[in-house]
Design a protein around this ligand. Structure first.
Ligand code: BG6
Length: 488
C-alpha cells in the first residue's frame, strides 16, 4: 500500500478521550504497519498544560491500554512517540492561533514537511464552528504553496437538527472547499461495512435478487449491552435516534440500498448513496405512530448526569421506505438500543417466502432465506436456507452457511479509525459521508424528534436491561417474519 503524502496532523482536543482511546492508538498501528507518511508529525493542541514529553507519556499509556493483550515493542513505541508534539493553548482566543501557527511552521521546517496540514476536530461539538472560524481569521485555512493543502476532519455529532447541521455545513463551506471537509462516521470505516460494497458489486449472484421482487424487508441494527456510562450529559440531550440512527444506521442503509456506481470512485459512490437518501419517504403525522417507536431502559434516570424525569429514548426503531423502482414498499427497519442482551450490529436481508409451500411447516412457516451481514462482533456473513432434516419424511429446517473473518487470519480486524485516518491523509473521501446525506437525514428525523417531544411520556416504553428492548417494538413490524427484530 502506498504511503500518504508528507504532512502535519494537528489534533484539537488532544487531551481528550477520543484522542487517547482512538486517534493515537490508530496512528500508532499505522506507524507499525509503515503506512504513515515519510515526513510526518502529530501536533496535539489543547488547554491542559503538558510539555511534549509529558504528552508523549500520556499517549504511551493510552496506546498500551488500548492495545492490551498485544505485544508492543518499546523501540517501536518510542519511534512513534518521537513524531508526537504538544501545544498548550486556549482555543477560544483568536490571538493564540498565531502562536499555534508559529509552532506548526517551526515543526514543518524542522521535519522538512511541505505546506500540507490536516486538522482534526476531536473537541466538544461547541468548537466545530469556532475553531475553523479562528483558523480563517488567522489565514490558517489555506495553503500558500500551490502544491500544499489544508483538510479538516469534523467528528460527530454533526448538528442536532437539520437547521444546526445546515448552519455548520454552511459555515465550514465558507472557510474550506467541500473536498477539504471530511465529516467522519466511524461506522463506514468498519471492515465489514466496506465489504458490503464488495459483496454486492463483486458478485453476480446477489444483485439479481437484491430488490423488491425477492426481498421482504431489511433490518439494520446496532444493539449495545452497555448503558450510557459516563456520557449521561451528552446522551440525555441526544437520545438514540440522534446518536445512532440519523448517522451510522442511515449511512449503512445507503450502502445497502444504493445502485452500482459507474466506477469505484468517491464521487460516483457518493452520488449513488445520495440518491438513496433523496428517495426515502418522509414521515407524516398520520403514519408516524406506525413507523417509529422508542423506549428507555429501566434505571436510565438514575445514571449520572441524566435528568430524573428524562424522556430521552435509549432504544429507537424506525420503519423507512425507499420510494424507487428497486425498493418500492420494502420496509427498512433501523433500530438501536443501549443495555440490550448483547453488543451486536448487523444488516439482515429477509428474503420472501417461496410463492408456493411444498413442504408442510417448512422453516416453521417463515421464509427459509435470509442473509445476515454481521458487522460486529464475530464479523462475518451467513446465508440461511431450508434443508431436509435427515430421516424419514420431509421436515424442512433453516440452516446457515457461514463465513467468518477470523477464519482468514488471527490478526484482529483494523479499527475503523485506522482506515479513516489513512484515507483522509491520502485525500480519499469514499468512506466519509457527503454533506447532503447528513442534511437529508436530519430533515427526515426532525419530525420524529418533534413528535416525541410533543408526546412526552406517552409512547415511551420502559424495558428491562439485558433484554431485547421494549416488547412494544413489534408494533411497527407486525408481520411475523420481521418481529421480534432481535434475537434472530
Ligand atoms: C457512537 C455513539 O457514535 O457509536 C455511542 O455516540 C455508541 O453511543 C458508539 O456507543 C457505538 O460504536 P461501536 O463502534 O462500538 O458500535
Amino acid at each position: 500500500m502506498k504511503k500518504a503524502d508528507d504532512q502535519l496532523l494537528v489534533i484539537f482536543g488532544a487531551s481528550g478521550d477520543l484522542t487517547g482511546r482512538k486517534l493515537i492508538p490508530s496512528l500508532f498501528e499505522l506507524y507499525a504497519a509503515d503506512l504513515l507518511p515519510e515526513r510526518f508529525a502529530i501536533l496535539g493542541a489543547a488547554r491542559s498544560e503538558y510539555s511534549d514529553d509529558q504528552f508523549r507519556e500520556e499517549q504511551r499509556k493510552h496506546i498500551r491500554e488500548e492495545l492490551s493483550g498485544r505485544e508492543v515493542e518499546e523501540e517501536q513505541l518510542n519511534g512513534f512517540l518521537s513524531l508526537v508534539y504538544y501545544f498548550a493553548f486556549d482555543s477560544v482566543h483568536s490571538v493564540q492561533y498565531r502562536e499555534l501557527n508559529g509552532k506548526m511552521e517551526a515543526l514543518r521546517k524542522e521535519k522538512g514537511i511541505p505546506d500540507r496540514v490536516l486538522y482534526y476536530l476531536a473537541t466538544p461539538p461547541l468548537m466545530y464552528e469556532k475553531i475553523p472560524g479562528f483558523l480563517a481569521e488567522n489565514q490558517m485555512n489555506d495553503a500558500s504553496d500551490p502544491d500544499g493543502w489544508r483538510r479538516i476532519v469534523v467528528e460527530k455529532p454533526f448538528g442536532i437538527s437539520y437547521a444546526s447541521a445546515k448552519q455548520l455545513n454552511d459555515h465550514l463551506k465558507g472557510i474550506f472547499n467541500e473536498n477539504e471537509i471530511y465529516r467522519i462516521d466511524h461506522y463506514l470505516g468498519k471492515e465489514t461495512v466496506q465489504n458490503l460494497l464488495v459483496l454486492r458489486f463483486a458478485n453476480g449472484i446477489f444483485e439479481p435478487l437484491w430488490n423488491r421482487n425477492y426481498i421482504h424487508s431489511v433490518e439494520i441494527s446496532a444493539a449495545e449491552s452497555l448503558g450510557v456510562e459516563e456520557r449521561g450529559k451528552y446522551y440525555d440531550g441526544a437520545g438514540a435516534l440522534r446518536d445512532m440512527i440519523q448517522n451510522h444506521l442511515m449511512e449503512l442503509m445507503g450502502f445497502t440500498a444504493m445502485e452500482c456506481p459507474a466506477a469505484f470512485e468517491a464521487d460516483q459512490i457518493k452520488a449513488e448513496v445520495s440518491k438513496v437518501f433523496r428517495s426515502v419517504r418522509p414521515f407524516t403525522p398520520v403514519d408516524m405512530p406506525e413507523r417509529v417507536i422508542r423506549g428507555q431502559y429501566e434505571g436510565y434516570r438514575e445514571e449520572p448526569n441524566v435528568a430524573p424525569d428524562s424522556y430521552t429514548e435509549t432504544y429507537a426503531a424506525v420503519k423507512l421506505f425507499i420510494d424507487n423502482w428497486r425498493w418500492s414498499d420494502v420496509p427498512f427497519y433501523l433500530y438501536t438500543g443501549k443495555k440490550m442482551a448483547e453488543k451486536r450490529s448487523e444488516i439482515v436481508i429477509n428474503f420472501k417466502s417461496t410463492p408456493h409451500v411444498l413442504f408442510a411447516g417448512q422453516c416453521s412457516g417463515k421464509s427459509c432465506n435470509r442473509l445476515i451481514i454481521n458487522i460486529q462482533p464475530d464479523e462475518g456473513i451467513t446465508l440461511y436456507f431450508g434443508l431436509k432434516v435427515p430421516g424419514i419424511g420431509y421436515k424442512v429446517e433453516q440452516v446457515g452457511m457461514d463465513f467468518r473473518y477470523k477464519s482468514l487470519s488471527d490478526t484482529p480486524l483494523p479499527d475503523a479509525y485506522e482506515r479513516l485516518l489513512l484515507d483522509v491523509m491520502e485525500g480519499d473521501s469514499t468512506l466519509y459521508p457527503q454533506s447532503d446525506t447528513l442534511e437529508i437525514s436530519w430533515k427526515l428525523m426532525d419530525p420524529v424528534l418533534e413528535y416525541w417531544k410533543q408526546q412526552g411520556r406517552e409512547g415511551l416504553y420502559f424495558y428491562p436491561p439485558g433484554q431485547n428492548g421494549p416488547a412494544e417494538r413489534c408494533v411497527i413490524a407486525p408481520e411475523p417474519e420481521s418481529c421480534p427484530f432481535l434475537p434472530k
